[in-house]
Design a protein around this ligand. Structure first.
Ligand code: ATP
Ligand code: MG
Length: 444
């Protein structure tokens, strides 16, 4: 457990000049957990202009309003922030004013959770006025100070709490948990971008499933579309869980990639609205992928996911129930419809979705997906044509034959269908001849 030399040098430069300085927050927490901190934050008695003076040519005033100067060490940027106390919070999000302080303890007391409120000196001394090390050892997330006061000051802490619990695999201390549930409505004051960042981190955490199962009412403040799924009995032999628990188990079963986990979070939210029961008393959800797709559109837009992420997630949600083909032609059709990248992602979505179904359907479902993967690898290896890009003729060739306007695109699609289904060979002469005759190609 050590502070890297370049970071320790930043602490020494400050303390040699007479200003106390400590590593603080996430890096201390992660170091004590035996993990590799991503970034190193320093807190110091030096005012921002003094810090800038001590690191000539290496200091960038990145957040002077909050007292932050970024010092480049050659190996990494280190954020150096002056000890602070936060003023009153009027909007449940930002302190109205920030004032500098001379006290490390005061700076630690404004921090959100005890495990995030420890400081570590260059000589290895730990300052831990709120019992962060004990909470870290016990796996407990606890507010510094009175939970409802802290959540009332800054509502983002409510979601940060669940995020840290999911990422660290911790449980939330009882009073902190009670307060965050009671005050959950304050989350409506938080900007969508901040919600999205925390939600995505939460979803990729080791205990994401447990947190989602335990706190749907909190997540439901900014994602109310999930609430009908909670406790919704599927009445179907393929399912042993209600819609929400199935959703959560599928999230857990997927690799911790934001796109995959976000897709699974949304994939079945259309189910409650599509529910019907047949004459045997069996539940069905006909058309739910389309409804989930519409819900996903609203959610992704509201949480400001970027266009590319939206596109991928929406394609996966819309296609999650697609049957996987058993033949080469079927595999080519799927590749044609989705492209290789999305077809591979969809495979992972379907694996996770299947693992969250009733146990007796898991082995056969996974085996079917294995077969599709083999088939897909095969046709990809053979470089068999499944896309317009691979077709031996293009739009210019068809224009030269005298086709124009929408005819060109339609004919290209028809030729590609012919090739994918094996009616036409992917050769220029064969395709041009078929185009001249209005396509279909040899029958059977
Ligand atoms: P990570 O960077 O791994 O997500 P972190 O603990 O470093 O975790 P940051 O958001 O980088 O989290 O914040 C750094 C530190 O600043 C935290 O450890 C905490 O002490 C403090 N902090 C951050 N956000 C808040 C907040 N909203 N309220 C109170 N303290 C906060
Ligand atoms: Mg950090």
């Amino acid at each position: 457990m050590r502070i890297p030399e370049d970071v320790a040098n930043v602490l020494r430069t400050l303390s040699d000049a007479g200003y106390s300085a400590w590593c603080v927050g996430g890096c201390v927490r992660d170091l004590l957990l035996g993990r590799h901190p991503d970034d190193w934050d320093v807190t110091t008695a030096a005012r921002p202009e003094e810090t800038q003076r001590l690191f000539p040519g290496r200091a960038v005033p990145t957040g002077l309003h909050h007292g932050t100067v970024t010092v480049r060490t050659g190996l990494r940027p280190v954020e150096v922030t002056t000890y602070r106390r936060d003023g009153a919070y009027a909007d449940h999000r930002h302190p109205d004013q920030v004032t500098f302080s001379d006290s490390l303890e005061e700076d630690l007391s404004r921090r959100d959770f005890t495990v995030n409120a420890m400081a570590l000196g260059a000589d290895g001394t730990v300052r831990d006025p709120f019992g962060g090390a004990a909470d870290l050892a016990a796996g407990t997330l606890r507010c510094v100070g009175e939970p409802s006061v802290r959540f009332g000051e800054d509502a983002l802490r409510i979601l940060r709490c669940l995020r840290f619990a999911a990422v660290l695999g911790f449980s939330v201390e009882e009073r902190t948990a009670l307060a965050l549930r009671r005050d959950r409505g304050l989350l409506t004051a938080v900007a969508a971008e901040r919600i999205r960042t925390e939600l995505v981190k939460l979803l990729t955490g080791v205990s994401a499933g447990e947190i989602l199962l335990r706190y749907p009412d909190v997540i439901g403040v900014f994602l109310p579309e999930l609430l009908p799924a909670v406790g919704f009995d599927q009445r179907n032999r393929h399912h042993c869980f209600d819609v929400w628990e199935h959703t959560v188990r599928s999230v857990e079963a997927a690799p911790p990639e934001p796109l995959l986990r976000m897709t699974l979070l949304l994939h079945d939210l259309g189910k409650p609205a599509c529910f019907s029961v047949d004459e045997k008393g069996c539940g069905h959800f006909y058309g739910h992928p389309k409804v989930s797709w519409r819900i996903a559109q609203t959610v992704l837009e509201r949480l400001r996911f970027d266009r590319r992420e939206q596109g991928t997630i929406l394609t996966l949600v819309a296609n999650h129930d697609r049957n996987y083909p058993r033949t080469r032609v079927g595999a080519l059709r799927a590749l044609n419809a989705l492209g290789e990248k999305n077809a591979r992602l969809l495979l992972q979505i379907k694996r996770a979705d299947n693992l969250a179904q009733a146990p007796e359907y898991r082995a056969s479902g996974q085996a079917e997906l294995d077969r599709f993967e083999v088939l897909m690898d095969e046709v990809l290896r053979e470089d068999t044509c499944f896309s317009l890009r691979q077709l031996a003729v293009n739009g210019r060739d068809l224009t030269a034959l005298g086709l124009s306007g929408p005819q060109v695109g339609q004919t290209l699609r028809a030729l590609l269908d012919g090739v994918v289904e094996g009616r036409l060979a992917n050769r220029r002469d064969a395709l041009l001849a078929a185009a001249k005759q209005g396509v279909p190609g040899k029958s059977k």
